[in-house]
Design a protein around this ligand. Sequence first.
Ligand code: UD1
Ligand code: CA
Length: 507
Amino acid sequence: MSQPRPVAVIVLAAGEGTRMRSRIPKVLHALCGRSMLGHALAAAAGVGPERLVVVTGHGRDQVSAEAARCAPDVRVVVQDRLGGTGHAVRMVTEALGDLPGTVVVTYADMPLLRTQTLAALLREHAAAGNAVTVLTVRVPDPSGYGRIIRDDAGSLAEIVEDADATAAQRTIDEINTGCYAFDGALLAGAVKRVATGNVQGQEYLTDVVGILRGDGHPAGTVLAADPAEIQGVNDRVQLAQAQRACNGRLLEDWMRAGVTIMDPSSTWVDVEVTLAPDAEILPGTHLEGRTDVGTGARIGPDCLLRDTSVGQDATVLYSVCESAEIGPGASVGPYARLRPGTRIGPGAHIGTHVELKNSTVGEGAKVPHLTYVGDADIGEHSNIGAATIFANYDGMAKHRTTIGSHVFTGSDTVLVAPLTIGDGAYTAAGSVIAEDVPPGALGIARGRQHNSAGWVERQRPGTGSAAAAARARQAALPEAGGPEAPAADEEDKGIEGVEGVEGTQAR
Ligand code: UD1
Ligand code: CA
């Protein structure tokens, strides 16, 4: 059943949030990839208000910017001093003029409040014809909250704040959540009449209930079905609890939609993530931002994916991927890193200790081991050998490399960009390829090997290597007692390693 459309939802966000002990305003702290303010605005937007209003005070510039980012047509009203919740609402009614219709008031620091709860409040408010309807909840420890005071007939009479309550009133366990539906015209008049003769010397929005009842208007309550939903966040302990609760709710929804989550306690998803049925999420996986995972894809264990799309039946294992696209049937990892702008084609394979950035990998291509691919396009069915490095950066600018289809690069190749390797070409292992390789050619760019015969026996006498070399030389002779170890080559003279042989290497 749909609820009547409110004329406005007012989200109060002027408080200081000192217990967060933070540089940033409390309501900008995020859970499941969305600020608390963003959660409150999303829940509010869900009931389709004509206007969405945020009251800011502390950190108003940052809060206003975040409000506008979350809800472009939001109206921000500034409360220049923390005069209380009644003062905050008075600032809105004075700024916006007449609000003929239902006005909802809620808080920016209740991130778990759901649209459906606001909708239930609105339905009851309309059905009962109330001037005000208060969302309430029963809690084991009501201290600190405003208490719901009922008359002899059991209907809502007033709300008394904890600080102002009598001992008897303090025993009441039904509390004010801070979320209300009001008749907008009556609200505008009543907030002007709220006095400040209370312990905190503030204008209490809660006093509007007593004022409207005193005028003979009907008031009522809706008991929230799930007390967890109205849990406010005041410090980082409560932020972590709210985050786990929000995450648990999202995972439950995905599981009911056909997604396998092997270990919900170690799996974290953001609100904007989407998961297709039969996707399988293994332990230790974090899915952030606008990540989406296709049918039958298997992610984890231990992956971090941000703003990444994973195609049908693809697998990602022990990897970190950001702003990447992984095609259907592709496999990534273990231990791969996909940086922004990486697109992996269907059925392609990215293996162990491979990093890619701003690159495309064609269908069926393989980059299996120990490789850096930066600013490159790799054609379909090409195979990039172990320890290939795409040298894309000359210290000043980045350059692209284009690899055709069915190319085979040998192990330990350095590809110096800008560079093009044609279809079906090969490169020899250990080459530094700085010039284009035409289609079908073998590019080879490395020193030629020279073996300095007998070097070990001459230069490393008395070592195990020298003894092994002597034995091998003896065994190779037709009969025992063969010649001495060979005399020194010209190129050995004065060397302690391989430097001396370099001069003999030819291309
Ligand atoms: C308020 C209610 C209390 C209720 C409780 C539920 C009043 C007088 N009391 O108490 O009955 O049980 O919430 O959590 O309303 N804010 C402003 N401007 C202000 C003051 C507050 O925007 O001048 C905002 C805060 O940022 C916060 C919300 O209003 O989001 C509640 O303010 P807070 O000071 O926490 O109210 P409580 O005293 O807890
Ligand atoms: Ca509070």
